[in-house]
Design a protein around this ligand. Structure first.
Ligand code: NMX
Ligand code: MLT
Length: 447
């Protein structure tokens, strides 16, 4: 049987139509069913673990790690189509999977590539805004500002202000999302060349896939295209509660346009407890390396360095996680890549040693609920090995990738009619009164 090929946008629409009744039924028939309770500790402790967000783009299992549309990372890397002669899959294939929930065929990947090709030209004023920043600027601030300036392009804004039905919100959001994603590699590469390569930009090549074109604009030979595919696929989404994804979702819930939302998402990613940790790891390791006059520390010397950092009241970057309770599978996948391609890299040998030395120290320290490495403990050393040595830039790469998952979330939030987000806050007095009243009902709490 020959089935007609359904184009990307139409496929999304068909999926939306099938999904809407499920949400309607939940609201109509089960609105008052209690699925979770909230403790004082959670209110004070960053709402950790409260089940209060819904997304189908990805789910984070504390032991098994992130699942994109129900599939483990191993399945994702195995099943997504790859460019000829490459080890890593097309990023466009992941875009298809996250947006539609289905693995793409080669024709489907080609559709997404076509969509990006049509939309990739960056308006002149964006280059000018980036050029206007002083050379010592924070790359994440430049990235965020470049996105902000593009709010004037928003199709959603124009449609909304000329009268748009709620059911149709998803459609101009799709246009904005694809317009934005198609331009991100050019923006990131231009920021890099502007800040670190004297402004010598290499024009985009429309015949290349998203990651191949980014490697080309960075001026870095193969296998940096595969390194980019690996990086973008691993960092694209981590369910909805992480700070960057949650920020994107929150801002989008007021119907701000995607440019404003992704700019906000970038600002959220730029903190050292979140995305910035990937560059903090490299900075921290280089400090150790210069302390060691470039020689590899012994296990005892490394252990001491970790304790010195903890005793100074600092966190060990790249270790710990709010949800994960095992080594992050994204770390393992990068480690396996490094063992295959760069086992003798001097910084990788430090990272490899940290993998063994840090967890027992964190366990002995006794604070971190998860002593194992997260994605950020490994991403920087791979960039470093392939020539991107300006580690202040690494979070920009994370941001390009995370925009894929967050735009998919925003599109589906709008398609399913999720409302403006507005949790309730209370005062310390109120919390004390509520806590004491509840505790009085639990005999052990008032003895
Ligand atoms: N080094 C030292 N202390 C830590 C670490 C660590 N790597 N991880 C957690 N702790 C401490 C934490 O600061 C807290 O201390 P206190 O009670 O004094 O406030 C205590 O252990 C309990 O924290 P947890 O509940 O285990 O972790 P939480 O969910 O609050 O925070 C992180 C999660 C990821 C923010 C935290 O583990 C951390 O700061 N890690 C280092 C920074 C990092 O790698 N961030 C990147 C996360 C991944 N990403 O891409 O965003
Ligand atoms: C992420 O990828 O967003 C981080 O691992 C942080 C998180 O999930 O909280």
């Amino acid at each position: 049987m020959i089935t007609a090929h359904i184009m990307f946008k139409e496929k999304i629409y068909k999926k939306i139509e099938r999904w809407r009744p499920r949400i309607k039924k939940l609201v109509d028939e089960y609105e008052d069913v209690v699925i979770d309770s909230v403790t004082v500790g959670q209110v004070i402790g960053g709402m950790r673990g409260i089940k209060s967000l819904i997304t189908d783009i990805s789910y984070l299992d504390p032991d098994k790690g992130i699942h994109y549309r129900g599939y483990s990372l191993d399945e994702v890397f195995d099943k997504l189509p790859k460019p000829e002669g490459c080890e890593m899959p097309y990023v466009e294939g992941l875009v298809y999977l996250l947006y539609t929930g289905d693995f793409p065929t080669r024709d489907d990947v080609e559709d997404v590539m076509d969509e990006f090709r049509k939309r990739r030209i960056l308006p002149r004023y964006v280059y000018e805004v980036i050029d206007a920043f002083p050379p010592t600027s924070n790359p994440m601030a430049v990235f965020s500002a470049a996105l902000l300036t593009m709010a004037r392009e928003s199709f959603f804004n124009r449609k909304y202000h000329s009268g748009l039905q709620k059911n149709d919100y998803w459609e101009p959001t799709y246009e904005d999302a694809l317009n934005l994603l198609a331009k991100l590699p050019t923006i990131a590469a231009y920021i890099y060349t502007k800040l670190y390569r004297g402004g010598k930009a290499i024009p985009s090549n429309p015949n290349l896939d998203m990651a191949g074109d980014f490697a080309h604009m960075m001026g870095i030979d193969k296998p940096y295209d595969d390194v980019t595919r690996l990086h973008y696929i691993l960092h694209a989404d981590h369910e909805s509660g992480n700070v960057s994804a949650h920020t994107g979702h929150l801002v989008a819930s007021s119907l701000s346009d995607i440019y404003l939302c992704i700019s906000a998402m970038i600002n959220a990613l730029a903190g050292p407890l979140h995305g910035l940790a990937n560059q903090e790891v490299l900075k921290w390791l280089h400090e150790l390396k210069s302390k060691m006059s470039d020689s590899l520390p012994t296990d005892d010397e490394l252990k001491q360095y970790v304790w010195d950092t903890l005793n100074a009241g600092l966190v060990i970057p790249g270790f710990g996680h709010a949800v994960l309770r095992r080594t992050d599978p994204r770390y393992i996948i990068q480690r396996e890549f490094a063992l295959r391609h760069m086992p003798d890299d001097p910084i990788f040998r430090y990272v490899d040693k940290l993998y063994r030395v840090v967890p027992p120290v964190l366990m002995k320290h006794g604070k971190a609920k998860n002593p194992w490495p997260n994605v950020d403990a490994h991403s920087g050393v791979i960039q470093w090995h392939y020539g991107v040595r300006e580690y202040e830039f690494y979070t920009v790469l994370f941001g390009v990738a995370r925009a894929i998952g967050v735009t998919a979330n925003i599109l589906w939030d709008r398609a399913l009619g999720y409302p403006i987000e507005r949790p309730k806050s209370i005062t310390t007095d109120m919390l004390e009164r509520m806590a004491i009243k509840k505790a009085e009902k639990i005999p052990s709490k008032i003895s």
